[in-house]
Design a protein around this ligand. Structure first.
Ligand SMILES: NC(=O)CC[C@H](N)C(=O)O
Length: 368
């Protein structure tokens, strides 16, 4: 058992203020700075290193409903020769803050190299504990997600400006800036991966299936490239801010090369096919979202992190829902009726969460 002893000297009080004026008081265990963002809750019991480094959390203050957080520390920030993180989902923390009930100042795990608190401090990310996350989650569930602010100590703060989430193009902030090629090799199938904020396990899952991955920026016109299949990644923010990607995907829809998308990828593929997206009240963020494959009795438990959804009623005649969420009936994936185009709103790559739907990658690679 290793102890995060920093806190004995330095921990200060911290406050979470929601944009309706509700105040939750706690203590700071990360970087001591004020931050604003969309307050969202995740009900997974584990996986804070993966969730914090998932680029889809950019702009959000992540509430974990599991009460004890930090007890297994954080893994090393190591990368393989291609620059893919060994134990995390990107190069850095993308969530703007973490909000927990009980932060464990002691940690123990075979792979831990430090405490969650010291990692947050190194990366300049606020963390607040001592929050009644049950009351906070009930509030978000009833009201819907809201903007919030974390204030350290008794600092005076502007309680009128909570920033905005919906109109910001977060994808542009987190996408790669130039083309990156992984696993190049003679005779291998070439997959273009549109990087809207890709989780590294999507790249790992593709490379494991022996394809070359050509990772391109979110607004890159990949239609000029030689490739065998198109993969569209997850990503943060509102899909309606990603029109350039939608235009490029729409061009690819006139061809027959396989297309697969995950989460933001599902939304952008749906938009390219003419469907609309709407914002869910409080989203799906957990490891246990049940989905049913349409036309079958097959159900899967899935890992999810999204706040928007495809409106099933707006799918054109060429498309149909592929998966439906068994809790609330919302869209969890689409497929084209005649061409090899399909996608999921959930995360088949997991990391963290159940790996039951990894077959989505097998299906895609088989079709190449
Ligand atoms: N993980 C994702 O790709 C999320 C997609 C989108 N930002 C949403 O919240 O719905």
């Amino acid at each position: 058992m290793t102890q995060d002893t920093d806190y004995m000297q330095t921990e200060k009080t911290a406050t979470l203020i929601l944009d309706d004026g509700t105040v939750f008081r706690g203590f700071s265990f990360g970087c001591e700075k004020e931050v604003t963002g969309e307050v969202v809750f995740n009900t997974a019991m584990t996986g804070y290193p993966e969730s914090l480094t998932d680029p889809s959390y950019a702009g959000q203050l992540m509430v974990l409903t599991y009460p004890l957080v930090g007890n297994y520390g954080v893994p090393p920030r190591t990368f393989d020769a291609d620059g893919i993180a060994t134990f995390m989902e990107s190069e850095k923390i993308h969530a703007d803050a973490i909000i927990v009930s009980d932060y464990s100042h002691e940690y123990s795990h075979w792979n831990a190299v430090g405490s969650l608190g010291s990692w947050l401090k190194e990366e300049g990310i606020p963390g607040i504990y001592g929050i009644d996350t049950r009351a906070l989650t009930k509030k978000l569930r009833e009201h819907g997600v809201m903007m919030g602010k974390i204030v350290i100590g008794d600092a005076k703060t502007d309680l009128t400006n909570f920033g905005q989430y919906g109109n910001v193009n977060y994808v542009d902030k987190v996408s790669c800036k130039e083309v990156i090629i992984y696993g190049e090799g003679e005779g291998k199938k070439r997959v273009v991966l549109v990087d809207c904020g890709v989780k590294h396990n999507i790249i790992r899952c593709l490379l494991k299936r022996n394809v070359t991955v050509i990772r391109v920026p979110w607004d890159y016109d990949f239609n000029t490239l030689e490739y065998d299949g198109l993969f569209i990644s997850n990503g943060p923010g509102d899909p309606d801010t990603c029109d350039a990607a939608v235009q490029n995907i729409r061009k690819a829809l006139s061809g027959d090369k396989p297309i697969c998308g995950i989460c933001m990828g599902n939304q952008l593929l749906a938009k390219a096919g003419g469907a609309s997206i709407y914002k869910l009240k409080y989203g799906h963020r957990s490891h246990n979202q049940p989905v049913r494959m349409v036309g079958t009795e097959k159900c899967f438990i899935t890992s999810q992190n999204h706040g928007y959804a495809v409106d099933n009623d707006t799918l054109s005649a060429d498309w149909e829902p592929l998966f439906i969420n068994m809790n609330d009936g919302t869209n969890e994936g689409i497929r084209h009726k005649t061409k090899p185009f399909f996608s999921s709103q959930f995360h088949p790559e997991a990391c963290s969460g159940p790996t039951d739907t990894e077959f989505m990658f097998d299906k895609f690679v088989e079709l190449l």
